[in-house]
Design a protein around this ligand. Structure first.
Ligand SMILES: [Zn+2]
Length: 470
């Protein structure tokens, strides 16, 4: 209890919300009601040596035993007519745990990689969902850089939680449990709907956990639980083996027929991403013919993971549409167009500046960040970089054109890579241009900082940037 007290007290000091009391009551309720089930409520992205703790009992999903439901849904939303369409824009909030001095922990570059990879794998798979950084909070406490797997992770994700966003906690790692010999790289906590990630992670680590957030299970779920629970290799095998009724593959494993049955792939994939477990048989004597590229699987090498199946996309899109905040994520609602972000986001810091080519116009905007009942946040700062790569010196001319429909003035400053200003701060009213120049630039990277002068704005201000070298 002492330890629990210290966790609670600690959070009392650090937690930033006024709604502490309901959260405390919620936490106590959770502890008493769910502790016995806590194990079952957390999904790993782990290198499991044994089956893993996947015995969770999911609430009835409409596609369980009826995968056709997903195809009907995808047809209904006209998925097949515009697979590349972005249907939901979802904010992600990062909580970064550092030491007492504010050192260590995930860097801004790490965070940009997390969100860029998340968007990349969703884009490659045409899931119709994209993500943006809502904001980043730092927790400077050396005792919190490593989480206890069950209670501490659950409590941290209850107390530090921004509801309209997917909350992601970036930590150094999890405390080792005697019972398991596995390395946990990330978990999805079903109670708090939160993602806890080791900051050093695979390219698909966050995408995998977000898959859980949107209702996906591991394809190897219950593979080691014997004939009564295992998903068979055969797609037409039914309970009574008479070919009548619902195929077991829609009721077991990840409940999806188009993800093949698989054992835990942790030691069953070679260096070239080939499945090496084809000699293994399921409980009915059929040899496994597993894929190794599914993002929800545990292949030996996580680099092999890059895909979602059509049913998995159906699950994610359907789950997103049923989310409490779906109406704020849905891009079909014009009111949500203010959340559209340019392709360089996040670019709020010099270290994660968006890169532009010289000689072409490029669009930027100060998009909005959905904050639930609170006022939306404004993105107010963009960093932009470009490279000069000529043997002789060049002159640089930069034009930043503020859109005539803008509401607020914007300012810009031009820097070298050491953050030495190469220009004064120049201001432009809506519809005006900022012209910056520099003569005799050597080969190197150069930086622009563009800032919206007002943080409270009903409006999304847009601008274009063109850099010419001559
Ligand atoms: Zn997982």
């Amino acid at each position: 209890m002492l330890r629990l007290n210290s966790i609670l007290n600690h959070n009392l000091i650090e937690q930033e919300y006024d709604s502490f009391k309901p959260r405390l009551i919620f936490a106590i309720l959770i502890l008493f009601l769910f502790f016995s089930q806590l194990k079952a409520q957390i999904l790993d992205d782990a290198a499991c040596l044994s089956g893993g703790k996947l015995e969770m009992d999911y609430r009835k999903k409409p596609w369980k035993g009826n995968n056709q439901f997903l195809m009907v849904y995808l047809n209904e939303i006209k998925y097949f007519e515009s697979k590349d369409k972005i249907r939901f824009l979802v904010p992600v909030k990062f909580w970064v745990y550092r030491d007492n001095k504010g050192q260590g922990g995930a860097s801004i570059v790490d965070i940009k990689k997390f969100i860029t990879d998340l968007n990349l794998y969703n884009q490659l798979n045409q899931t119709g969902i994209q993500f943006y950084t809502s904001n980043i909070k730092y927790i400077d406490n050396s005792n919190r850089q490593v989480f206890g797997y069950y209670i501490e992770a659950t409590l941290q994700s209850i107390f530090r939680h921004t509801k309209p966003a997917i909350n992601v906690y970036l930590i150094d790692g999890f405390k080792k449990k005697q019972e398991s010999r596995k390395v946990v790289r990330g978990t999805y906590n079903m109670i708090t709907k939160s993602i806890i990630l080791q900051r050093k992670n695979s390219n698909t680590g966050l995408t995998h956990e977000v898959g859980h957030y949107f209702g996906l299970l591991h394809p190897h779920r219950h593979f080691d639980k014997g004939k009564s629970k295992q998903e068979p290799v055969s797609r037409i095998r039914t309970k009574n083996e008479d070919g009548k009724g619902i195929p077991l593959c829609e009721e077991r494993g990840d409940l999806l027929a188009d993800t093949k049955a698989e054992p835990n792939l942790t030691h069953l994939v070679d260096n070239d991403c080939n499945f090496t477990g084809s000699a293994m048989k399921d409980a009915w004597g059929d040899n496994y013919q597993s894929e190794v590229n599914n993002i929800m699987s545990y292949p030996t090498h996580y680099e092999c993971r890059d895909s979602f199946t059509l049913s998995q996309k159906g699950v994610m899109l359907y789950s997103a549409s049923k989310n409490k905040y779906a109406k704020y994520w849905n891009t079909e609602n014009e009111l949500n167009h203010k959340y559209f972000f340019d392709k360089n986001e996040p670019d709020d810091y010099m270290e994660i500046a968006g890169s532009i080519e010289t000689g072409v116009n490029q669009d930027f905007n100060f998009h909005k960040i959905f904050m639930g009942k609170k006022t939306d946040f404004n993105d107010t700062c963009d960093w932009i970089k470009f490279e000069v790569k000529y043997e002789d010196k060049r002159n640089i001319k930069i034009i930043i054109a503020s859109n005539s429909g803008n509401e607020n003035p914007m300012t810009a400053v031009f820097y070298d890579k050491n953050k030495m200003a190469l220009s004064r701060k120049v201001i432009a009213k809506p519809g005006e241009q900022i012209e910056l120049g520099f003569n005799g630039a050597v080969s190197d990277w150069y930086y622009l900082q563009v800032i919206s002068t007002k943080t409270e704005s009903k409006h999304v201000d847009a601008y274009t940037v063109k850099v010419d070298l001559y």
